[in-house]
Design a protein around this ligand. Structure first.
Ligand code: NAP
Length: 399
């Protein structure tokens, strides 16, 4: 084994660690495999590629037998490895099994305060399954199929990916989704005209306009045209206004996803000091209002905030929504903070998108933290589906 590792070009310390890891894993392989078998009920482990079984085995050895590696780091590394060498489904499998192990054994109650993962991917999957079952019941009762209409203006590649993901998610949940693709040079009137037609169509229950729209358009004016009962994205003036009065019909999907994630992990919000970094209309402001409605004490920070770190260090719950890669570092946080990283940023030279929080250092301080990817992003789509079903139920008078 040593010779094989010599040829990999790994640094000596890394090669030593890798050798010890492989040795340790092999020594305990029987009990590790038994644990995997027990925790992966519903998955055919033999169908997973060998590389995934081995990543899982080694991660499990780290969690069960090595004390000095934070569980969150192990899980993230294993998931990233699986993504690199295998399929998307494999990383979910590995995340699921390790997450169950951690929950079962209560392992993260460590002295080193290494954070537990708020697993948005697994939580969103569960919510989407719940929605699918609810959609089936709704269709059986009413004969109506919930239908989301998405309007996309221009050819921004990231927006096209998001719209495609939303369409797929709708179909997977048993709902309909129609995408209206409009050219970059569309006028305000043309877009509002389509929205009016969709407002008047009883077969359409939810309407969302993919953000951002081209610069020559007034996004808020466009959103204002969406009928209140169909504003499933929750970011029209009226929906945002009703968040202020405390009784919103639909809450914007990303803020709703953040609160739902906290709720599903039974993390209390009431009385906590929540610090939101960012004040955009789609994210910072509505999440701050929503946290306030749930009785947090809320501070909102932005580019003119003085001594940001002095404020973020006071946070019991920190929501990073600034769109600045890894700007929140561990030294800006207090021990035990709950970190929600809504950021999703492309960085040149990095092989994957990163959040607004520097995960490694923040995970040393936080008690709970969302990974990027796999945290807030999947929750956003789940909430859009939830809002669309709610809109269809209200239209059918069964809400
Ligand atoms: P945005 O419209 O650009 O707003 C960014 C906000 O952050 C602004 O309010 C800005 O302050 C503030 N900010 C920027 N740099 C800052 C700094 N150095 N210190 C303090 N505040 C700072 O962005 P957004 O649309 O809200 O998105 C924010 C991030 O969330 C992005 O990474 C985006 O990709 C991600 N996002 C994720 C999802 C999801 O589903 N996961 C959904 C939406 C957005 P000013 O107001 O003073 O300029």
């Amino acid at each position: 084994m040593e010779t094989a590792l010599e040829n990999t070009g790994l640094e000596e310390a890394t090669a030593e660690f890798a050798t010890a890891l492989v040795r340790g894993t092999l020594e305990h392989i029987e009990s590790i495999d038994q644990t995997i078998g027990r925790l992966s009920v519903g998955w055919d482990t033999q169908r997973q590629p060998a590389v995934d079984r081995n990543i899982l085995r080694m991660a499990m050895y780290e969690i069960l037998y090595l004390d000095d590696i934070p569980v969150s780091v192990t899980i993230n590394e294993a998931v990233e490895l699986a993504k690199k060498f295998s399929a998307e489904e494999s990383s979910r499998f590995i995340n699921g099994v390790l997450g169950t192990l951690v929950r079962e054994c209560g392992l993260p109650e460590r002295k080193d305060m290494a954070a537990q993962i708020l697993d948005g991917l697994a939580t969103a999957k569960q919510i989407r399954e719940e929605i699918k079952a609810d959609v089936e019941r709704f269709i059986a009762d009413t004969g109506v199929m919930p239908h989301l209409a998405v309007i996309i203006v221009g050819e921004d590649p990231a927006s096209q990916v998001y719209v495609n993901m939303k369409k797929k998610a709708c179909l997977a949940a048993g709902m309909l989704s129609t995408v209206h693709e409009l050219p970059e040079n569309s006028t305000q009137e043309e877009i509002i005209d389509i929205i009016r037609q969709l407002n008047a169509d009883p077969g359409i229950h939810g309407i969302m306009v993919q953000h951002p729209v081209p610069k020559h358009l007034d996004e808020l004016e466009i959103l204002a045209a969406v009928a209140r009962g169909k504003d499933v994205d929750g970011i029209s003036r009226e929906s945002l206004g009703s968040l202020v009065t405390g009784n919103p019909l639909f809450i914007a999907a990303t803020p709703a996803g953040i609160i739902e994630l906290l709720d599903r992990y039974n993390i209390p919000i009431e009385g906590k000091h929540a610090v939101v970094v960012g004040r955009s209309i789609i994210l910072g402001k509505p999440v701050a209002l929503y946290l306030l409605n749930r009785h947090a004490t809320v501070t909102i920070c932005h580019t003119r905030t003085r001594d940001l770190a002095a404020i973020t260090r006071q946070a019991d719950i920190l929501v990073a929504a600034a769109g600045k890669p890894e700007m929140i570092t561990g030294d800006m946080l207090k021990d035990g903070v709950i970190v929600i990283d809504a950021g999703y940023n492309k960085v040149e030279g990095r092989d994957r998108d990163v959040g607004d929080v520097e995960f490694e250092s923040a995970a040393q301080k936080a008690s709970w933290i969302t990974p990027v990817p796999g945290g807030v992003g999947p929750m956003t789509i789940a909430m859009l589906l939830k809002n669309t079903l709610k809109a269809a139920k209200q239209a059918a008078g069964v809400a």
